[in-house]
Design a protein around this ligand. Structure first.
Ligand SMILES: [Zn+2]
Length: 335
């Protein structure tokens, strides 16, 4: 092919008095506009158009953001009809022939967050699954736990995120706490959360699941003493898998509660029918299981099938339907 092109080029040069390059291009079926774009190219690249129509090449050459020195890089990354994307990402030095396919997949993911593009690209090489990269970047798990700590964004109301990277103020206490009184158990919850829990409780009891509220709102001070009590039993890296450091507990938000079933310890809660029912149905009342067993890598906590987090019906149903953690959901759809 190369040799053929050179031969044609030679013929073209020899006959330049009779046939201009423009005429040759016209014979190949290019429009005037296309010819103008081609004529701006170096002699070397121009040659590529002189024997027959080159639609794939043309898509790049006629694009307003085309940079000639990147032409071969565009072609290495090309897949059907994505020349705009290729040109943009190759020009910025983000896309290359090795990551093009995975980047394309990344950009089409509903969990892709444009502001985090650089981080995805950085980690794309180190981890096998794209899903892992997205999860890790979106939830800041590429950082050590309890680093880069930010204050919880209280403007999010019921949708605040409290985790190992987001901390509640030491003096934060919800202003609408009500006492758990008409259902078994004890503690305080935000009013809306308590109302939603009562509805859940009433349906659960009809099915024979006698849920009991064992822990609800906890102040910063009580979380502080709880966490420190655990530290006297286990090393910190172990405590961190089952207890939150003060300011990082959802319990301080008044939006979550732990439930139990009489006769079962929390450690055995997962063996109960009630835990199965809760996992499948709590979203209908506005709750999610905040720390699922299979998401410990993301949440940083051992599975806690007994901890219910209130988000309201619409969001909790969406989170459950997607099968993702609230940490991921928040990054993509709330933050
Ligand atoms: Zn809890």
């Amino acid at each position: 092919m190369k040799r053929l092109l050179s031969a044609i080029f030679l013929v073209l040069v020899l006959c330049s008095c009779a046939t201009s390059e423009e005429d040759t291009l016209k014979k190949c079926g290019y429009s005037d506009e296309e010819i103008t774009a081609i004529m701006k190219l170096s002699a070397e690249n121009k040659k590529r158009f002189m024997s027959e129509r080159q639609d794939e090449l043309l898509k790049f050459v006629c694009n307003e953001d085309f940079v000639e020195e990147n032409l071969d890089r565009y072609l290495q990354c090309y897949a059907a009809s994505d020349e705009d994307l290729i040109i943009e990402k190759v020009n910025k030095g983000i896309m290359n022939k090795d990551n093009a396919a995975r980047l394309r997949e990344l950009y089409s993911s509903e969990y892709y967050i444009p502001e985090k593009e650089e981080l995805y690209v950085e980690y794309l090489y180190r981890y096998l699954s794209l899903r892992d990269v997205i999860e890790m970047v979106n939830t800041k798990r590429y950082l050590d736990l309890y680093t880069d700590i930010q204050p919880v964004d209280m403007t999010k109301g019921n949708l605040i995120l409290v985790n190992k990277y987001y901390q509640l103020a030491q003096d934060y206490e919800p202003d609408d706490l009500v006492e758990v009184s008409e259902v078994p158990g004890r503690g305080y919850l935000r009013k809306e959360v308590y109302e939603a829990y009562k509805a859940l409780y009433e349906d659960a009891i009809k099915l024979g699941y006698n849920l009991n509220v064992v822990s609800a709102y906890r102040s910063y001070a009580s979380q502080y003493s709880l966490y420190n009590r655990y530290l006297s039993i286990d090393p910190q890296e172990v405590v961190d898998t089952y207890s939150a450091r003060p300011g990082h507990s959802e319990h301080q938000s008044g939006l979550c509660l732990d439930v139990s079933i009489p006769g079962y310890s929390l450690d055995d809660f997962h063996k109960t029918q009630a835990s199965v029912w809760l996992a499948e149905n709590c979203c209908r009342y506005g709750f999610i299981i905040r720390y699922p067993d299979d998401k410990t890598d993301i949440t940083g906590y051992q599975g806690e099938p007994w901890q219910l987090r209130y988000l309201g019906k619409e969001i909790s149903e969406d989170v459950s339907k997607r099968g993702i953690t609230y940490d991921e959901y928040y990054a993509c759809f709330v933050e």
